[in-house]
Design a protein around this ligand. Structure first.
Ligand SMILES: [Zn+2]
Length: 274
């Protein structure tokens, strides 16, 4: 399942993942953090990047500083979003520099995806099981990061992020590179009738995304769901790299909201144009 185009990097004891198809372009710094290399204590041990988790704010600030510093980036410049499981996307300009970097209250409100074409302006979105979708348009040097849990996926946030990249920067789907980071996999993501019905209503081929369990529930494949949406608007299959790493199966390396019963930290999808 684990895709070899997703690999771990480290700076001392701080670990993050990268995607080779992004790295090859030389156009961006990017990463998906792990739980290794921070200062937070249990249940946030140790590289918790989420300020809205109940963790000590000063620990999260130090974790963000360390993570961004591993890329030579200033955490105080990072742009973050409120993340409400919606489908609103913000176009990030120099004006948004540092929003939510130190305090959750100043994050871009009611937003679940960020796009920009400004160099050295890091986008930073947080996850613990929800699906990180990264976009890189090498032609127009534009990027985006989206937060796609089941609600965002049903609301087609990945597709909408790409459409906004097209509107703002001229991104052509056939040239866009996409990465899907570690998140809860089809092995572990059990859903009930309510979510099942939402998926059925939102997808033309829902049977490819759902697998019935012995207990009469379903397992949902959010990776395939996001892939289906993006291929549906013209992103070539080979441009989309899915890490294939399940956070719930790998709590030694990643935070998992499901596996850790809601008391856990957040990983960060970081992306910045060089
Ligand atoms: Zn799993």
């Amino acid at each position: 399942m684990h895709n070899t185009e997703y690999y771990l990097q480290n700076n001392g004891d701080l670990y993050w993942g990268e995607f080779s198809h992004f790295a090859r372009t030389g156009l961006v710094k990017h990463g998906f953090s792990t739980r290794r290399g921070g200062v937070s204590t249990a249940p946030f041990a140790s590289l918790n990047l989420g300020l809205h988790t109940g963790d000590a704010v000063t620990d999260v600030q130090e974790n963000r500083r360390r993570y961004c510093a591993a890329f030579g980036l200033d955490a105080a410049k990072a742009v973050t979003a409120e993340q409400i499981h919606g489908d609103s996307i913000a176009v990030v300009t120099a004006r948004e520099c540092g929003r939510g970097a130190l305090l959750y209250e100043t994050a871009v409100p009611q937003t679940d995806a960020l796009i920009t074409n400004i160099p050295d302006l890091p986008l930073l979105i947080f996850y613990a099981d929800c699906v990180p979708v990264y976009f890189l348009d090498p032609e127009h040097k534009a990027i985006g990061v989206a937060h796609a849990g089941w609600k965002g996926t049903v609301a087609q946030i990945a597709q909408k992020t790409l459409k906004l990249l097209t509107k703002q920067f001229g991104t052509r789907p056939q040239n866009c590179l996409v990465a899907v980071g570690p998140s809860i996999g089809p092995c572990c993501y059990e859903i009930d009738q309510f979510v099942h019905d939402k998926i059925h209503a939102a997808f033309t081929q829902p049977e490819k995304l759902l697998q019935k369990t012995a207990t009469g529930k379903w397992k949902l494949d959010l990776w395939a769901a996001n892939r289906q949406q993006l291929e549906g608007i013209g992103v070539p299959a080979q441009n989309i790299v899915v890490a294939g790493v399940c956070t719930s199966c790998n709590t030694h390396m990643y935070f998992s909201y499901r596996a850790e019963h809601g008391k856990t930290g957040r990983m960060g999808a970081l992306m910045s144009i060089t």
